[in-house]
Design a protein. Structure first.
Lengths: 102, 141
């Protein structure tokens, strides 16, 4: 479990297996939802998560690989690419302030 | 939007497939036919699908290859393959496959447009029911 205060979040990385499909769609939506927050959103393959990521979002089925590839990062797993409640909670926390426990 | 990303010849609106794998092969074939991928990419799309479903909601799936198969991508491209009778996709019913071949980020604007469509049930339905190639291209570009 890693906690991070929303005001310390500068970069969110959406990771998926290849970094060319679902992560792209989710990252595009997040970018739009967070465009006034100053938080950068990137999409990458799960084995290529950048060191400066503050929060990593990935499909629950890839969570173990993401944890191994980016140890110590706050990790938010999701089940569905668009409209997942875990992603909605993250956006709400960033907008309103609070702590992300993941 | 980059020229040639969504080639009208890769928009196939009246296809049928007996199941998920056949539908994915049809997408891979469409991408190969417009010169976007080399042959091995098609098997990589099947391999990728077996790890985690690319079902994206609203009757759409977005099959694509693995990270290792990027070497078989000749250029960024998208195909849209519609199965009016639907395809069983691990328990979901898929009507439209948006197949992806991407070595870079050329396809990102199109997938962003697709995400907008999928989050709007009325637009998603319009795209699911589209029977004209130019309507599909207009909706996604």
């Amino acid at each position: 479990m890693t906690s991070i205060d929303s005001k310390d979040i500068r970069k969110i990385v959406v990771a998926c297996d290849a970094g060319m499909g679902s992560s792209v769609m989710l990252a595009s939506q997040l970018r739009k939802q967070l465009k006034d927050s100053g938080v950068a959103v990137e999409h990458t393959p799960v084995n290529d998560i950048p060191a400066d990521a503050d929060v990593v979002l990935c499909h629950a089925g890839l969570a173990a690989r993401a944890r191994a590839a980016a140890p110590g990062k706050a990790l938010v797993p999701f089940q569905i690419f668009l409209g997942d409640p875990a992603v909605t909670r993250l956006v709400t926390t960033i907008r309103n302030g609070g702590v992300v426990d993941a | 939007m980059r020229d040639g990303l969504l080639d009208p010849r890769a928009v196939l609106l009246h296809e049928s497939a007996s199941g998920r794998d056949e539908a994915i092969r049809r997408c891979g074939r469409a991408l190969a036919d417009v010169g976007a991928v080399a042959e091995p990419y098609i098997e990589a799309m099947l391999e990728r699908e077996r790890t985690i479903s690319t079902y994206a909601g609203e009757g759409f799936a977005i099959p694509h290859g693995t990270a290792a198969a990027r070497q078989d991508v000749l250029r960024d491209a998208i195909c849209v393959v519609r199965f009016p009778e639907g395809v069983d996709w691990d328990g979901e019913r898929v009507t439209v496959c948006v197949g992806i071949a991407a070595a870079g980020d050329g396809h990102v604007p199109l997938l962003a447009a697709l995400a907008d469509v999928l989050l709007d049930p009325a637009r998603a339905r319009t795209l699911r029911e589209a029977t004209e190639v130019n309507h599909v291209i207009e909706e996604l570009t």
